[in-house]
Design a protein. Structure first.
Lengths: 288, 314, 362
């Protein structure tokens, strides 16, 4: 395999602040490039006159937990939307598993193994927890319409097979008691858990989590953090998450990207980010 | 016009003009739709039933009043009566339906308007009667010939149609001014843009809904009186009014100019199609022409001619 | 007391995923099927009212079954996939005229095959009119399906070959014959319709519990999220259109051949579409059992509207009946949407839930 990513903030002239620092050392990148799962290459996104993303580049390595942080309106969710094809970048490329694309469609991204959850829970409110998670298996079910119509023999066995997988996830997320409850009736914290379950049912290679802990209390956050770490450890799923709780982010993630006003202002390990002057300024609003 | 028979052109012009005149009426009803859609996000299927009820209320009140007082007094009183009926309907709809269905999906609200439509049709016909009623608002009905200098014999127009068009045009202009210039109009547009934002700056949603349904009711009176003069007040007005649906698909759901242009295009298009294409396929294509045009528009340009592009957010 | 889950533990997923997971429900449905298939015909032969004469079969049972089947067709599209349709009646018409044309042009074709082909023709028509709606969302579809309704209404009336050049536009269906068996009497026609309805209801309930059904519901509840988990909205919606129209077409063929037997284009007008929509809304969007409850309700309601003033000896002016029916239908729609958006099916479910706990309130 060839080395795909050079340390990008040095290689690419950016319109953002010239002081943007990539804290990852060059050797770090060279070593990681071989197992780089996703690479964001100079992606910009414009809505009319507004630049939501400005020449952002970073990579996501296989098996890591990668956090994207930044103040409100920094372009974090837009970044995820570009990755899974919900938005089409105005310029730049996204390389997923060696395939270079300018844009994609959400359903194609899903087929490629990218799953995600949303800031505002995007569950199917009229369906039960079980059915919601079962929809995550939609791509894996092979029975045709006629077989499903008769629902006997192979179609039923297949359905049961997937049910078993889904039950594993239900058990993992500790939501057995509510499996037949319509999700619309569940409290917010549980809905977030179900949404994670639906994403997991897709057996993704890259899991995008958009504020998985927003609006949760401390215990719920602890539970969610535990699930995220376990998913990462047991299934070796690569995770990219957006989160505002800096404490959680510092604990969970291997590497952090910091966005501000659509620009990348820092990239590195939690320790490096913590001591980065620009990040501190962006968060405290000093300097500008 | 070289080499083409001038009488054919005159005939074409006649068809076109009569199509445009009925198009003005479509535009009028379509405005009622757009108004309600913009302000409350409701796709109002009951607009047709509202036209029917407005027409029935007007024609029965007018007939009853005219027997005991002069025409110039009876007509305004009848219009006021119909206005009161439509206001009452708007109040009831807001109070008993919309308010109960706040935050429901657009689909639920749409189905609710189908329910409203049936209630209005049933009640309207039960109270005001279910026959065909002739409506004579004193508008001239004789024919006239226009552009005689251009064509041999000129083109044949009906004065009633012309008056209707003028009346409709005035109403359309008044509505546009109402929307753009008045305080209430601005509030309506604000609500259309963002319900919760409008609420948070102190625009009472329920009142806005009441106002748009009332205005749509008044528009229905105008449409009903013009149509009623032409073909009589009868149940088929419901289906004529339904044509406003394809009109707004063509014009764009949220656009007032769209409703006007769409109405004219559909009106002219279906008349021309009926006259020139109809005979070769057995006639009666006016019945579906507008809808099939809408279908094609949905296929090529889903947001319509003037509609806002639909941007999805998540 | 008699109806509860306590004690029935399911130790495998197969049992949990059965059509009727609760034993009492299974007993109930088998009893119901036995009554419908065996007891009612026997009671008719024995001459016990109200099953003695033909009236009950012609006026209630046969229309009830076919309308329930058609409502299932509409419910797959509207209730499960969330795509509202105001043209269901027209697709029934497509099925009816397709069956008629196949039957008179290819008389040697077995009737079952004719009906299935009629459903297929209707499915194609559904695809044709559903296609433009793929680029747009729910409500616009109302207009697209209105286009189908008005265009097809016109076609049934004006395209002479559809009615085999019948001068009045009315046509008569060939007799119902299955492999030499003539289904002429009302009871026989009832049995034919019953078998078709059972098969359709069973197949539909399988579909909606399977992968396809879940995809439809996902699109109904949140189409963007559905796309993000890899469901192709266009494909799923088109399948919903096709299957829904297939069922509607089959129901239309039966409506024509087993119920009306000779009919005019008006039989499949927009009134029929609204009737089906009402069945689905009042019975319960997204429920198969609701289609049966709704169909029974909508057939009985006019009879009740007619009968109640007579019992109370309130004089009703001529013609008021149909107006009152309109108002009652409209008001019921509103009440359903406001108070019980899942319709009679949910009320039925709540009743069962209460029964399960009886005599204890919790």
């Amino acid at each position: 395999m060839t080395v795909m990513s050079a340390p990008m903030t040095f290689a690419v002239p950016s319109l953002c602040s010239p002081h943007a620092v990539s804290s990852g050392t060059p050797t770090d990148h060279a070593g990681a490039a071989a197992c780089c799962l996703l690479e964001i290459d100079r992606v910009s996104l414009r809505f009319g006159g507004i630049k939501a993303l400005n020449d952002v580049s970073f990579d996501i390595r296989s098996g890591e937990i990668r956090a994207i942080i930044g103040p409100n309106g920094a372009g974090k969710t837009s970044m995820l939307n570009c990755i899974n094809g919900f938005y089409r970048p105005s310029s730049g490329h996204i390389v997923f598993e060696g395939v270079r694309r300018t844009h994609t469609r959400p359903s194609i991204a899903a087929r490629g193994g990218i799953a995600r959850t949303f800031q505002n829970v995007a569950l199917f409110k009229g369906m039960t927890v079980l059915d919601n998670i079962m929809t995550g298996r939609a791509l894996k079910i092979r029975s045709g319409i006629l077989k499903q119509l008769i629902r006997f023999g192979p179609a039923l066995s297949e359905e049961i097979e997937h049910r078993r997988k889904v039950e594993e996830i239900i058990e993992f997320l500790e939501i057995q008691a509510i499996r037949k409850t319509p999700v619309g009736k569940l409290p917010y914290g549980l809905q977030k858990r179900v949404e994670l379950g639906r994403a997991l049912a897709m057996e993704p290679r890259l899991l995008l989590l958009d504020e998985p802990m927003a609006g949760m209390n401390l215990e719920e956050k602890e539970d969610m953090s535990r699930f995220i770490v376990e998913v990462n450890r047991t299934y070796r799923t690569t995770i990219t998450l957006i989160e505002h709780d800096i404490g959680v982010v510092m604990n969970l993630s291997d590497r952090i990207v910091v966005l501000d006003h659509g620009c990348k202002i820092a990239d590195g390990t939690p320790a490096e980010i913590k001591s980065n002057q620009q990040v501190i300024e962006a968060y405290l609003g000093v300097g500008g | 016009m070289l080499g083409i028979d001038p009488t054919k052109i005159a005939f074409f012009a006649e068809v076109l003009v009569s199509g445009l005149l009925s198009g003005v009426l479509y535009a009028l009803v379509a405005l009622g739709f757009v108004l309600i859609f913009k302000a409350s996000g409701v796709f109002n299927f009951a607009q047709g039933a509202m036209v029917l009820v407005a027409g029935l209320a007007l024609v029965r009140a007018f007939g009853w009043l005219e027997a005991s007082m002069p025409f110039w007094l009876a007509l305004p009183l009848a219009i006021i009566f119909a206005g009161a009926v439509m206001t009452g309907i708007a109040w009831a709809v807001e109070r008993f339906v919309l308010r109960k269905l706040v935050n429901q999906t657009a689909l639920t609200l749409f189905m609710a308007t189908i329910g409203i439509s049936f209630v209005l049709e049933g009640l309207g016909q039960q109270i005001f009667g279910a026959q065909v009623y002739k409506l004579d608002l004193g508008l001239p009905r004789d024919n006239l010939f226009a552009l005689e200098s251009l064509f041999d014999g000129g083109i044949l127009l009906n004065k009633l149609d012309l008056w209707s068009a003028v009346l409709a045009a005035v109403l359309v202009a008044a509505l546009v001014i109402f929307f753009q210039k008045t305080r209430m109009g601005r509030a309506l547009r604000a609500v259309a843009d963002d319900h919760s934002a409008a609420q948070s700056v102190g625009i009472p949603l329920t009142r806005v809904w009441f106002v748009v349904w009332t205005v749509a009711g008044l528009v229905a009176i105008a449409a009903a009186s013009i149509w009623g003069s032409k073909v009589g007040v009868q149940f088929s007005l419901v289906f004529v009014s339904l044509k406003a649906l394809p009109v707004i698909i063509l014009g764009g759901l949220t656009s007032i100019p769209g409703a006007i242009v769409g109405g004219l295009l559909i009106g002219a298009g279906e008349k021309l199609a009926e006259v020139y294409l109809g005979p070769s396929v057995g006639g009666g294509i006016e019945q579906w022409f507008a809808y099939v045009v809408a279908l094609v528009v949905l296929l090529v340009r889903p947001q319509g001619l003037f509609g806002d592009r639909i941007i999805e957010r998540i | 007391m008699f109806y509860r889950e306590a004690g029935h533990f399911k130790d495998n997923y197969r049992a949990d995923m059965a059509t009727f997971p609760i034993r009492e429900d299974r007993i109930g449905i088998i009893t119901l099927l036995l009554i419908a298939l065996v007891a009612i015909p026997l009671v008719h032969l024995a001459g016990i009212p109200p099953f003695a004469g033909d009236y009950f079969f012609n006026a209630i049972l046969i229309p009830f079954l076919i309308l329930a089947m058609a409502a299932i067709g509409l419910n797959l599209l509207a209730g499960y996939c969330g795509q509202i349709s105001l043209g269901a009646g027209a697709f029934m018409g497509v099925g009816a005229y397709a069956a008629y044309n196949i039957a008179i042009r290819i008389p040697e074709m077995p009737l079952v095959l004719t009906f299935l082909l009629a459903g297929a023709v209707s499915a194609l028509a559904g695809l044709a009119f559903g296609f433009p709606s793929l680029r747009i969302k729910g409500l616009y579809l109302a207009v697209a399906t209105l286009a189908a309704q008005f265009f097809l209404d016109w076609a049934f009336l004006r395209m002479a070959w559809i009615t085999n050049y019948s001068p009045s536009g009315s046509v008569s269906a060939p007799p119902l014959v299955f492999a030499g068996w003539h289904a002429d009497t009302p009871v026989e026609r009832y049995l034919v319709v019953l078998v078709f309805t059972i098969v359709v209801a069973w197949g539909a309930s399988n579909l909606v519990r399977g992968n396809l059904g879940r995809q439809w519901m996902a699109i109904r509840d949140m189409d963007i999220a559905a796309e993000i988990i890899g469901i192709r909205p266009i494909q799923s919606k088109l399948t919903a259109f096709a299957i829904s129209s297939f069922v509607l077409g089959l129901a239309g063929a039966l409506w024509a051949f087993a119920n009306l037997r000779s009919w005019e284009p008006y039989a499949f007008s927009i009134d029929r579409s609204f009737q089906l929509l009402f069945i689905v809304i009042i019975g319960g969007l997204g429920s198969i059992i609701g289609c049966f409850l709704g169909a029974a309700f909508i057939l009985l309601l006019p009879l009740i509207v007619d009968a109640v003033p007579r019992w109370l000896s309130i004089p009703v002016p001529a013609g008021a009946g149909s107006n009152i029916t309109l108002v009652v239908f409209g008001a019921l729609i509103l009440l359903t949407l406001i108070f019980e958006p899942h319709g009679l099916a949910r009320i039925w479910g709540i009743a069962k839930h209460k029964l399960r706990r009886w005599p204890f309130p919790y």
